[in-house]
Design a protein around this ligand. Structure first.
Ligand SMILES: [Mn+2]
Length: 328
């Protein structure tokens, strides 16, 4: 558990004076930054910036994901107290991390939004920090990948999702069901090294541009270690990006999303797979499609906050974080 450093560090969202470590602050009070990180645009010494992209203009069904970043930040407060179970370390002891705030764009000029997102992520990458992005609908991953591919070349994507998001569409359309077709066609994604996990829709035949598809039924029959083993083998050693659409989880676990599909993963399944992937180091990550208006009892924002911090545990582990000997 993090140390209670007293009143002087409450409202850590703007008062904390160090980039690392976790300190106790009431979960119901204070500035609701992501896991009580400092809100800052200063990336000096920062390993990873968390940023929100409050977009819901590209959805095919229910909107509301513009409230996703706010919801995930609020839910994260109750978990921001130190070592994460069962990793037994605090990822923020290893990763210098800030909450970079949100990407801003004009909702009245939607066709300009993709470039605004790419520029927002590129300005973070240029300063040497990685990103964990809170969506926003899933379209945001495409302009994010543009920024990442400009720096690293084509990336493998590991996509947790109910949908494959590979519909055909005229380039330039804003569509959260087609953007991985655009990303593959533009050479941002290496499909032969990419894996889609938890899929349970297939409108576009069986094609996923050569990506490996692990349907939800397969995942339910497999162990977490076997799923992680396939991901690890396919991705290999090249640069990789992880995108987690919260609708990969079953609606009984995560109802607060725009296009829910029954038959998905439990939180335990998803977290077990992520934990079995330890050792993999993703260049960037996102958690998308959280739509708080359809949530109940904050169960979806809560799941998203934990998935987000476990993604940071993956990154911290790859950077040498070690489990504490102290029981937690
Ligand atoms: Mn989806």
């Amino acid at each position: 558990m993090g140390k209670d450093v007293g009143e002087e560090l409450q409202d850590q969202g703007f008062r904390r004076d160090r980039l690392k470590g976790s300190f106790i602050e009431p979960s119901y009070a204070g500035t609701l930054s992501f896991f009580r990180r400092k809100y800052s645009r200063d990336l000096t010494g920062v390993d990873l910036a968390v940023t929100g992209i409050p977009l819901d203009l590209t959805v095919s069904n229910r909107p509301g994901t513009r409230f996703g970043p706010e919801g995930i930040r609020k839910a994260s407060a109750q978990h921001a107290w130190g070592p994460i179970w069962p990793w037994r370390f605090d990822p923020f002891d290893t990763l210098a991390c800030v909450d970079y705030g949100d990407c801003h764009f004009d909702w009245g000029t939607p066709m300009e939004i993709p470039d605004a997102i790419t520029a927002h992520i590129a300005e973070i990458l240029e300063k040497g920090a990685a990103t964990l992005t809170l969506g926003g609908d899933h379209f945001i991953t495409y302009p994010i990948l543009r920024a990442y591919a400009a720096k690293y070349g084509p990336l493998a994507i590991v996509q947790f999702d109910a949908h494959r998001d590979v519909e055909e569409g005229a380039p330039g359309r804003l569509d959260h069901g087609a953007m991985f077709t655009y990303a593959v066609n533009e050479g941002l994604v290496d499909p032969t090294r990419s894996v889609q996990v938890g899929i349970r829709t297939c409108f576009n035949g069986e094609k996923s541009h050569g990506m490996t598809i692990l349907y939800a039924d397969d995942v339910h029959r497999m162990s977490a270690e076997d799923v992680a083993g396939i991901i690890r083998e396919k991705v290999g050693q090249g640069p990789a990006y992880l995108t987690f659409d919260i609708d990969c989880l079953d609606p009984s676990t995560a109802p607060g999303t725009g296009t829910p599909v029954p038959g998905g993963l439990t939180s335990h399944q998803a977290l077990s797979i992520l934990r079995a992937m330890k050792g993999m180091d993703f260049k960037g990550m996102d958690v998308v499609e959280v739509s708080p208006a359809y949530d109940h009892a904050e169960m979806t924002t809560n799941a998203a906050a934990i998935i987000a911090v476990e993604l940071l545990c993956l990154k911290a582990y790859a950077r040498g974080a070690k489990p504490t000997a102290i029981p937690i």
